[in-house]
Design a protein around this ligand. Structure first.
Ligand SMILES: *Cc1c(COP(=O)(O)O)cnc(C)c1O
Length: 345
């Protein structure tokens, strides 16, 4: 356990936000288009160099993942369901013709990068070490085609809460000016271009005083899809609802965990189905979920001309229960009945 004995970095842990703090190292591996991924290695954290004609720079051939390492109540460093991220990275990669990284290689890379930067994992309760795996087409290509070579990188950063204001209810705007994802498009994968497309709508709603935009389904704008980087849930009469995974919804690891907690620990009825705008605004409780936001309540939702307040703009009792259980499992404060915790040795 030599790694665990390293003294913590001299960082003002209480002041962390969701932003980049440089760390010791990053993980890097390479692959040719028709080859196998070579064994990766740790390199000092810092800028990278590539051709201006790199596929990722010109045509957005890239995917990413997001996960957190926590220092827990048992004084261990753990990841949360990392195999799910490994699998999702592989399916995202295949969608944009990137050679997928094998699950075992991905897991080995996660362990290496966390171990080498273990002194950057915040003390218990002060945040987490955010892990950002990316896989990019880094070889030069002029015409629109898969790049000749690829880079798999993981960089990490200690982070505090995603929302500066702490767990406050979100004030969201349903947009019908923009779509996040189309049926049969790339919305179901963590493909980098999806997020560039969300910047302008996000800026518009933020200027108008909202925290984020809610996107509707592209086909007929009748149903709720998700927020730019988090899944949405509604609770009505003790039934938990969330849009089903149909190609334009990102299959969140947190989403899946929330469903399991509600179904198996809270014995709630859980429905994965289309949610109309009307049903959504009629909900008793609304919240969003994601690695960055964990479980965050939604207190106000605005459509074209009307605003609806949900649960008096307060976190609802079921949302609170789900959040508590999820955080409790992640921090090893309560038993993990699902086998979700992955300790770093
Ligand atoms: C990453 C992401 C989520 C949340 O996924 P988690 O695995 O729970 O972090 C939700 N929606 C979108 C669009 C995302 O990119």
């Amino acid at each position: 356990m030599a790694a665990m004995e390293k003294h913590l970095q001299d960082i003002n842990w209480g002041k962390l936000t969701f932003s980049i703090t440089p760390t010791r190292s990053m993980y890097e591996a390479h692959c040719e288009i028709d080859g196998e991924w070579e064994e990766g290695k740790l390199v000092p954290y810092g800028n990278i160099s590539m051709s201006p004609a790199a596929g990722v720079l010109n045509y957005g051939q890239g995917i990413f993942e997001g996960m957190k390492a926590y220092r827990t109540a048992k004084d261990r460093i753990v990841l949360f369901r990392p195999e799910k991220n490994a699998l999702r990275a592989a399916t995202s990669a295949e969608r944009v013709c990137i050679p997928p990284v094998r699950i075992e290689m991905f897991m080995d890379a996660l362990e290496k990068i966390v171990r080498d930067n273990i002194d950057y994992v915040p003390p218990q309760g002060k945040g987490s070490l955010y892990l950002r795996p990316v896989i990019w087409g880094t070889g030069p290509i002029l015409g629109v085609a898969p790049a000749p070579s690829y880079t798999f990188l993981i960089y990490v950063s200690p982070v505090g809460p995603y929302f500066k204001s702490g767990v406050k209810c979100l004030n969201l705007r349903i947009t019908n000016q923009f779509h996040r994802a189309a049926p049969k498009g790339t919305g179901g994968h963590k493909v980098i271009g999806n997020y560039a497309a969300s910047l302008f709508p996000q800026r518009m709603v933020k200027k108008a005083g909202f925290d984020e935009a809610i996107y509707l389904n592209a086909a007929n704008e009748k149903f709720i899809e998700e927020v730019g980087s988090a899944n949405l849930f509604a609770i009505k009469d003790n039934v938990l609802m969330t849009p089903s995974i149909d190609g334009s919804i990102l299959p969140g690891v947190t989403r899946d965990s929330v469903l399991a907690i509600a179904r198996e620990l809270l014995h709630m009825e859980v429905r994965e189905r289309s949610i109309s705008i009307k049903d959504f605004l009629n909900a008793d409780e609304v919240f969003c979920s994601g690695t960055a936001v964990v479980v965050t309540p939604v207190g106000k939702i605005t459509t074209n001309n009307t605003s609806t307040t949900i649960n008096n703009n307060k976190m609802g009792p079921i949302t609170m229960k789900i959040r508590k259980i999820l955080l409790g499992i992640q921090r090893e404060e309560i038993e993990d009945p699902f086998g979700w915790i992955y300790p770093i040795k």
